[in-house]
Design a protein around this ligand. Sequence first.
Ligand code: GTP
Ligand code: MG
Length: 538
Amino acid sequence: MANSKYEYVKSFEVEDEVMLPNLIIVRIYGYNFRRLSEDHEFEKPNDEQAFNLMNSCAAAMLEEYPDIVFSYGFNDEYSFVLKKTTQFYQRRASKIVSITVSFFSSIYAMKWKEFFPLKEMRCPPFFHGRVICCASMEVLQAYLAWRQDACHINNQYNTCFWMLVESGKTEREAQDILKGTQKQDKNELLFKQFGINYKNLPEMFRQGSCVLRKKAEDIVKYNESGNPIKRLRRKAIVVHSNNIASRSFWDEHPSLLNELGQFGEGIGRVKPEYVKSFQFENKLMPSTWIVVRIDGCHFHRFSEVHEFEKPNDEQALNLMNSCAVAMLEEFVDIVFSYGVSDEYSFVLKKTTQFCHRRASDMVSLIVSFFSSMYVRKWKDFFPQKELKYPPSFDGRAVCYPSSEILRDYLAWRQVDCHINNQYNTCFWMLVKSGKTKSEAQDTLKGTQAREKNELLIQQFGINYHMLPAMFRQGSSVFRKKEGKTAMDKGGDPVERSQVKVIVDHCNIIETRFWDEHPSILDENPFSSIQTDSATVFS
Ligand code: GTP
Ligand code: MG
């Protein structure tokens, strides 16, 4: 298809391939899970069902992505280790982290009812994620020891803390009692004051959970006499171990030895420089516009399975737009977004400190929020259609140094929308009129925009310019100041301004749009005006 003059903006995208022989770990952790656990009254300090839900999502990840060979999690976090030789998404860090976090968020939202049948999900779960590179098996071993130690320390502290609170202490008093205590002191406190032997608490709470693949018998079907026919299959299973970073644990599982390699003898204290590298995260360049572009993974298949209308399914597009609106309502630093088909670009203001400008935190949080919302809102837009499997989105963050280049980026996406939509409209009209797909392709080969418009008019009586603006121009979501008349205390009318998030289908290539909405790319828009979360769809 034709290139537009805006394509140069692609050169601002940066490569982030994790080079071999580094091992890749994706660490996913809940964002503001405290709110999620309080809103849904999770048991303290550990909610077994919430842990089972996390484990079930981790098992689904191993079923979905064959390159993940091992995972370990506790509380609201999970780490996924990819096989040594993986070529998953060409080893591109932002793709890997965004797709996995997105899938995890979608599946968490989808499985919620299975684990909490009596609890309505009030707010969707969000996760951050980042890729951690391990230069050797020794570093992987240190990473796992570090995470399992964190599980142990957290759980022991939380068990003591909540026992003290339950026994009548205030949260402050409980904190003061535990300040400076060692592991041994906490075990004694539990035993002496509450008769609890810490070692007898459930393994899942003390040790965390591992998910790996093991050969197991599976019933594939039943024969004529009703007897089960079993086959050996590699299935994702949950196991617990008190030392996942030990050679003996690793040696017990051939899949880990084959796909990753062998561990050395047990390690002692994890080297601080390793911990520093596990926590390191790149920051995006300051004073630049940041665009996070997300794109549905394999939406070609997703739209077939869910029987979306071709070439444009109005409800599917409205669902995408509604998720984008929710995004602007949740994250004030997103000043504009533009969406078409299965993609959405979110523009963050130049001065944003969102996620401390850490690229993978930002991208993963945005795809996670979008994916959870998509699952949650599905029924609102498709009340008659079941969501058959979790959708996932990949994402990337790109910095643009000036407003002009940012506008060229958005123009590039809108030109792409136009080119694709015109082609797809012609293609599907030809197919619907009886042509095969390859005949339709041949008919359209080498045609220019004008010829396609003529084809539509002459053969099908369709004036392309009269098609819905959402299909031709995509959707822009932004905040708009609106005046409204309210009554003051004395009953006199007063003019009030409020800011609303709106969806529009306008031409964003022309400068006129930006001149009419100067606040969008303003450094400090609407600073003195109250924000109203109400949404107007125009
Ligand atoms: P990756 O993004 O590379 O994973 O592949 P993809 O299958 O998602 O393709 P891509 O993102 O390039 O294009 C999006 C695809 O989603 C389109 O080719 C369509 O097949 C499908 N799609 C998006 N919106 C609609 C819609 O409104 N109706 C229908 N029928 N399909 C749609
Ligand atoms: Mg896609």
